[in-house]
Ligand binder design. Structure first.
Ligand SMILES: *[C@@H]1O[C@H](CO)[C@@H](O)[C@H](O)[C@H]1NC(C)=O
Ligand SMILES: *[C@@H]1O[C@H](CO)[C@@H](O)[C@H](O)[C@H]1NC(C)=O
Ligand SMILES: *[C@@H]1O[C@H](CO)[C@@H](O)[C@H](O)[C@H]1NC(C)=O
Ligand SMILES: *[C@@H]1O[C@H](CO)[C@@H](O)[C@H](O)[C@H]1NC(C)=O
Ligand SMILES: *[C@@H]1O[C@H](CO)[C@@H](O)[C@H](O)[C@H]1NC(C)=O
Ligand SMILES: *[C@@H]1O[C@H](CO)[C@@H](O)[C@H](O)[C@H]1NC(C)=O
Length: 455
């Protein structure tokens, strides 16, 4: 499933945050030059204000050959090379609960870092999986005493399908503790195609992609958290709970320091460059290497040359990652993958999911190797119900569709930081009980100097 926003309205920048270059670092350390980090701090990070939301992994199988505007989904899919995967086989998505209205109505929505708004109420009859769609919950404005119909229309199209409908405002209660945000704007669909759940976008909101405060903006405005930052730990097979922590970081889910990777192009540059072609401002970062270690081997084989750099979108709403076809072909050869020409999809043996064959690793490098995220084969190969697919598939030619999806994210602990316009990365290495540190006014300073992962 791919939920990246392709078209949306762009508005001028209203808010400017700090950049990594503004980080006041000890001993003039340059955040991106690979110089030594400070010694491990002796004090424990302070607990404080944050909102934790549990996330559930769900494997969704496509059961409905949906049509849109009289066109079959197959024809729609042809426009986007990756779609046959999601069309024929479904995928893995991560869902969280939002509670809307008074009394509150619980709805499961897909967590999506590549978009920025909350949408509910897809048309289940035209969903790729109608039964999942029906079980995910619906928002009934009539049943809420605090609902307001804004009557303005919205429309959004995604890699697969889209929603159209009317904006509403209502109370949104968020996270495991149901913190209320009153009068939150969101989209209630009355038409949709393919999509089988609502979604919550966690990207750049007001001043970048919207002219109203999104949920993430409201968490700051309402004083729940200090800056637009949140941590994502989806984790891999058998590594426990997945969650998102708004305004906090769980330092028992990684070891050592997190590495800041600059969002590039910067959000301001994205608005200038991409806005003209209808693309939104998102979490793009440079990947600087891709390699792998075969099962039972010690040596890492690089699939990319020295000096390689490729901008990649970090997208929790995408089951797969997508890169240029030559790199994917080289990787596919290593996995003895077979290409389904018609679908343009690489399939591999499901033996990579268990036993000796599963002990290999993929390696995603950033900042010229300062941080390398290791993903186990079992988290990288996707089981589509008896048939298994390679975790990186070919991106469309000529379109900016390079994606680091869940087959990368499962190996990482990530802080999305709209204050420093950075994404902080560490390998996902859970230990002990949850231990959350509050991220305050200067999250970068804390992540650079204070918050050290491990038990
Ligand atoms: C969906 O419908 C189209 C057109 O009718 C057909 O070509 C295609 O094979 C169908 N796909 C599936 C998965 O049934
Ligand atoms: C359906 O058709 C209408 C009118 O032609 C168009 O505006 C809309 O974008 C189409 N929707 C999709 C999903 O193609
Ligand atoms: C919201 O307002 C629009 C425009 O007036 C209307 O078409 C729609 O039916 C309303 N929706 C609900 C649920 O009342
Ligand atoms: C959705 O609502 C709008 C505005 O009320 C209306 O024009 C449109 O026909 C509706 N679409 C569907 C599929 O009901
Ligand atoms: C990202 O890579 C491009 C070249 O592809 C380079 O021009 C740019 O400076 C890099 N950005 C960062 C932040 O490293
Ligand atoms: C790929 O296939 C070749 C020939 O069948 C075999 O020798 C090799 O071990 C296989 N490699 C992997 C990684 O399975």
């Amino acid at each position: 499933m791919w939920f990246g926003v392709l078209h949306a309205v762009v508005f001028p920048v209203l808010c400017l945050a700090a950049t990594l270059a503004d980080l006041v670092l000890p001993d003039s350390v340059d955040a991106t030059s690979g110089q030594a980090r400070p010694p491990r701090p002796t004090s424990t990070p302070r607990p404080g204000n944050y909102i934790k939301a549990s996330v559930r992994k769900e494997q969704v199988v496509i059961t409905n050959n949906v049509t849109s505007n009289g066109t079959t989904a197959t024809a729609l899919a042809r426009r986007w090379g990756r779609l046959p995967l999601s069309l024929y086989e479904g995928g893995i998505v991560y869902l969280m609960d939002v509670n809307l209205g008074s009394p509150s109505q619980t709805i499961q929505v897909v967590v999506d870092t590549a978009s920025f708004e909350l949408y509910v109420n897809p048309d289940c009859a035209r969903a790729a999986n109608p039964s999942f769609c029906s079980s995910a919950g619906r928002y009934e404005a009539m049943d809420s005493g605090t609902s307001e119909n804004l009557t303005t229309r919205f429309g959004v199209s995604f890699g697969s399908g889209g929603y159209a409908g009317t904006y509403f405002c209502d109370t949104l209660s968020l996270g495991d503790d149901y913190w209320p945000i009153v009068h939150q704007q969101f989209g209630v669909a009355n038409a949709s195609a393919y999509v089988w759940a609502g979604m919550i976008g966690l990207g750049y909101g007001e001043g970048y992609n919207t002219h109203y405060p999104t949920m993430l903006d409201r968490l700051v405005e309402d004083g729940y958290i200090s800056q637009r930052v949140f941590s994502v730990g989806l984790g891999g097979e058998g590594s426990g709970n997945s969650d998102i922590i708004f305004g906090g970081v769980d330092y028992h889910k990684f070891e050592g320091w997190m590495e800041p990777v600059e969002i590039w192009p910067s959000p301001t540059e994205q608005m200038e460059q991409f806005g003209q072609v209808g693309l939104t401002t998102r979490y793009w970062v440079n990947l600087t290497s891709l390699g792998h270690t075969r099962p039972g081997q010690q040596a890492t084989e690089q699939l990319t040359a020295n000096g390689f750099t490729q901008m990649m979108l970090i997208d929790t709403g995408s089951t797969f990652s997508y890169m240029d076809s030559d790199i994917v072909a080289a990787l596919a050869e290593q996995f003895n993958a077979t290409l389904d020409d018609e679908q343009d999809v690489y399939y591999v043996s499901c033996s990579y999911l268990s036993g000796d064959d599963s002990t290999g690793y993929m390696h995603f490098g950033f900042n010229q190797g300062d941080i390398v995220i290791d993903v186990k084969y079992e988290d990288f190969v996707i089981d589509l119900g008896g048939r298994c697919a390679l975790g990186v598939q070919p991106a469309d030619e000529g379109a900016a569709t390079w994606v680091l999806g869940d087959t990368f994210i499962r190996g990482a602990y990530i802080v999305f930081d709209q204050y420093y316009d950075a994404v902080w990365l560490a390998n996902y290495r859970p230990c002990g009980e949850e231990a959350v540190a509050d991220l305050g006014k200067d999250p970068g300073e804390q992540l650079w100097n204070e918050i050290y992962g491990g038990c």
